[in-house]
Ligand binder design. Sequence first.
Ligand code: ADP
Length: 196
Amino acid sequence: MRIGLTGGIGSGKSAVAELLAGHGAVIIDADLLAREAVAPGSPGLAAVVDAFGPGVLAPDGGLDRPSLGRLVFADADARAQLNGIVHPQVRRLAAEREAALSPSAVAVHVIPLLVETGQQGSFDLVVVVDVDEATQLRRIVTRDGLPESEARARIQAQASRAERLASADAVIDNNGPWNRLVPQVARLWRRVRGSA
Ligand code: ADP
């Protein structure tokens, strides 16, 4: 069973993934794999430096994420170029992880840009974590300490809430407090187990 879990930045994907892991799901996190894809010495990092120049390297030879982040959040073409390098590597790493699982495992792929990259058809179930924009902004600003304008820019750089919801087989409403999230995830898990 393969589940694609997505939602906007700050919607609560990590929170939902953690709850699902508590039920026994295996989490395959695209953000973690994206870091691995550009780790020091990786072909992914070499390709990023080729595309964006040595200015995106930190003194220790790793990726200087803040400077690359500034570059790509300000420029849609640069963002597309970076994604073109990183996404294929992430898919390769995810496939490797999945190949190592038992056939009865429930694999939850946490993919922030699942809808943007057109992967809706790749999963048995697409789960969208949904929040309204005010809640999303508040949680990003609190979590990341970003100015509101930057948090807003990051939201704008992603698919709209409506686009994401249009791809959902199941929706987790995370506008409420934690005690409303927990039972929704438990219900989702029962649905997943029921159809396994
Ligand atoms: P994502 O992985 O989608 O970016 P997170 O799971 O990190 O989002 O959640 C964003 C922030 O909001 C985190 O600081 C998290 O602790 C907080 N958060 C998530 N869900 C809730 C909730 N239901 N109530 C309060 N805070 C929440």
